[in-house]
Design a protein around this ligand. Structure first.
Ligand SMILES: Cc1cc2nc3c(=O)[nH]c(=O)nc-3n(C[C@H](O)[C@H](O)[C@H](O)COP(=O)(O)OP(=O)(O)OC[C@H]3O[C@@H](n4cnc5c(N)ncnc54)[C@H](O)[C@@H]3O)c2cc1C
Length: 434
């Protein structure tokens, strides 16, 4: 297959007509291109697909292609693989789901890893994965623009290399695999008075541990898995956290009846309808936690799995935060109205002094900023518009891996499908000789 691909694409790259079309179109690729020095820009024709992003999804797609001897290039904006995990997560982080649900294709977690591997263990697993499949991304390459050129039937990517004094390279390829993740950019809410506030304000992507907040009063905004866990971490470092809860939230124990809640839910779903499994999860949670609304954590009207299916909103898997809330070590607060120098005013009229604010306000996809296409991705949220399991494939050789809101399992499913599809495409091409 490798040889066949090189030959087919090689023919194109040496076809003077194809090259002429490519060069003709250069000045019309993007508006900014016309002002940049087109002649000095490097242009690279890639044999096989380009994968944008070297997180777990990009690595999974790369391994699946490697197994089929399909060559590819991975472009990664940071200087390492899995940059979300290496650079933007807190020290105490562990996989939220048991390891068997977080494996990438063709490689299990080591037997001696715990059920919930630590961040360092997960990074080690990914490094070994890249090593095993000889995956070598091009680092410090930020894709700023990608557009399909109908004249040459290829994708053109404009890429900025932050290491080489901002050199721009144009990559041209037949297939484009988007693996930039559901968590590409931090979401920072607009809070009135943010410039007035005298303490530290930090998104969780920059929070490492509670050490720097020892003895301080800290307000954590957002009650997803990260917000809950940061509160716990702050408690462990003798800080005094309060948690802003703006929405209703499902908090479930991480384990029920001696099994992981996630694993148990997946198993039950094989036998029972979703509504029944939801009811079961809520009853067991109630038996373990009591009524979470009493603690200021109202439950949504829809059950946890139904809500996840409809909106992608993940239930919080509790690792001890709820006990701290019950014990009064973590206070629950409503939305912020505005900030003053040392004070936070809440919408219920109360005011309180804080030394710092941690924004556990989540992340968003960055696809709409760089991918110029009309069909596959929503301009609003940067996710595929087709619902799961059909969001992985678009038109003109465009693919998405890791946008299913189903974690690493979803990414692995996408990666296998994409490699199969590209293989079929190559086989069809080889058969028809075009
Ligand atoms: C705190 C936390 C805990 C989690 N725990 C779990 C868990 O236990 N189990 C689970 O299944 N999922 C979990 N997730 C979900 C998470 O999305 C996945 O674990 C995983 O990181 C997704 O991989 P990805 O490759 O799709 O995205 P990412 O890991 O975000 O990787 C995307 C890569 O693309 C790069 N990139 C972005 N834009 C560009 C560009 N324009 N040009 C070039 N490169 C670019 C980024 O630098 C990044 O390296 C967790 C997420 C978070 C935030």
């Amino acid at each position: 297959m490798d040889y066949c691909l090189r030959e087919l694409e090689g023919k194109q790259a040496h076809d003077p007509l194809f090259m002429k079309k490519m060069n003709n179109n250069k000045s019309t690729t993007t508006t900014t291109d016309t002002t940049s020095s087109i002649q000095s820009r490097r242009c690279v024709f890639v044999h096989g697909p380009i994968i944008v992003g070297a997180g777990p999804s990009g690595l999974a797609a790369a391994a699946c292609l490697k197994q089929k001897n399909i060559p590819f290039v991975i472009l990664e904006r940071s200087n390492c693989i899995a940059s979300l995990w290496q650079l933007k997560t807190y020290d105490r982080l562990r996989l939220h789901l048991p390891k068997q649900f977080c494996e990438l294709p063709f490689m299990e977690f080591p037997f001696d890893f715990p059920t919930y591997p630590s961040k360092q263990q997960f990074i080690k697993y990914l490094e070994n994965y890249a090593e095993r499949f000889s995956i070598r991304p091009k680092f410090n390459e930020t894709v700023e623009n990608a557009e399909f050129d109908g004249d040459i039937g290829c994708w053109r990517l404009r890429c900025l290399n932050s290491n080489k004094g901002g050199v721009t390279t144009e990559y041209v390829c037949r297939w484009l695999i988007v693996a930039t993740g559901e968590n590409a950019e931090a979401v920072v809410p607009n809070i009135e008075g943010v410039d007035e506030f005298g303490g530290v304000i930090r998104h969780t992507s920059l929070y490492k541990s509670g050490e720097e907040f020892r003895g301080k009063k800290v307000l954590v905004v957002g009650c997803g898995n990260s917000g809950m866990e940061v509160c716990l971490d702050l408690c462990n470092f003798d800080a005094t956290p309060s948690l802003v809860v703006r929405d209703s939230v499902h908090v479930l124990p991480r384990e029920m009846l001696g099994k992981s809640t996630f694993g148990l839910s997946m198993w039950l779903l094989k036998w029972f309808p979703l509504g029944v499994v939801d009811r079961f999860l809520l009853i067991v949670s109630w038996l373990i936690f009591g009524d979470t609304a009493q603690l200021g954590l109202d439950r949504p009207r829809l059950g946890p799995l139904q809500l996840k299916n409809l909106s992608g909103k993940t239930p919080v898997l509790d690792v001890g935060t709820l006990a701290k809330i019950k014990a009064g070590h973590i206070k629950v607060r409503p939305s912020i109205k505005r900030l003053k120098r040392h004070t936070v005013e809440f919408i219920d009229g109360r005011s309180e002094n804080f030394d710092g604010i941690i924004l556990a306000t989540g992340y968003k996809s960055n696809v709409p900023y760089w991918l110029k296409e009309e069909d596959m991705f929503s301009k609003e949220d940067g996710f595929p518009t087709k619902p799961f399991p059909n969001g992985w494939k678009g038109k003109n050789g465009l693919y998405a891996v890791g946008f299913t809101k189903r974690g690493l399992q979803g990414a692995s499913m996408d990666a296998k499908r994409i490699a199969d599809d590209i293989e079929q495409c190559l086989e069809a091409k080889a058969k028809h000789g075009s």
